[in-house]
Design a binder for this molecule. Structure first.
Ligand code: B16
Ligand code: MG
Length: 211
């Protein structure tokens, strides 16, 4: 029986993926590195430094570790300028309704995100303090597809992995949930899950799955 639902943030609760795209694109253009939507899709759920390595696959020269750290910081500064403009109106359709309904039915809800900017994003969209647990890029050493972020969320909630459902928009996130021994719901076409939905806009979709 499912006791807790663990939500990925970027792409499930809020579409920060556009902000990531614009920030990486600006940094890549400045460096003369080719970057497009297809490459951006490979960055979903992947940590900042691992994302940078993917972006640098198209670079015409090698970068030192110090240069890489500076590039990642520059991208993150651009990204933070964009996410500071997020408001509660940017919460994706159906997310709030599903979260509220789960809560009302005694199901625990947590965030499981690779992002170190999770606290800032939650503040911007008015969900600071809403979740029963927040596990994010600040408390993990291995990013998705490693299950660490979801295992830690389950531990914070006092739930067994088998009692958790992970909601994800990234192939890496679905794999992380599965490797953690959890049930998985894919939105936006992420592959390999137990359940699939286009997004969370269908009324009561989560209640139907965990019933
Ligand atoms: P940051 P999620 C992930 O968030 C994003 O999908 C991914 O594109 C990003 O590189 C990663 O967070 C790290 O983000 O640079 O803010 O620490 O989908 O796991 O909520
Ligand atoms: Mg995501």
């Amino acid at each position: 029986m499912i006791k807790a639902v663990l939500f990925d943030l970027d792409g499930v609760i809020v579409s920060t993926d556009r902000c990531h795209y614009r920030a990486w694109k600006r940094m890549a253009d400045e460096e003369g590195i080719f970057f497009d939507e297809k490459i951006n899709d490979r960055l979903r759920g992947v940590s900042r430094m691992a994302s940078l390595e993917i972006v640098l696959e198209r670079a015409s020269r090698t970068y030192t570790d110090a240069e890489k750290a500076a590039l990642a910081e520059r991208k993150n500064d651009y990204y933070k300028d964009l996410i500071r403009e997020l408001t509660p109106a940017d919460i994706l359709p159906g997310a709030m309704e599903n979260l509220t309904e789960l809560r009302e039915n005694g199901i625990l809800v947590a965030v499981g995100s690779s992002s170190k900017n999770t606290p800032l994003i939650l503040r911007q969209i008015g969900l600071d303090g809403f979740f029963d647990a927040v596990s994010d890029g600040n408390n993990i050493s291995h990013s998705k597809p490693d299950p660490e972020v979801f295992i830690k969320a389950a531990q914070m909630l006092g739930a067994d992995p088998a009692e958790c459902l992970v909601v994800e928009d990234a192939d890496a996130g679905i794999e992380a949930g599965r490797r953690g021994g959890m049930q998985t719901l894919s939105v936006k076409g992420a592959k390999g899950a137990d359940h699939f939905a286009p997004d969370l806009s269908e009324y009561s979709i989560l209640r139907q799955i965990i019933r």
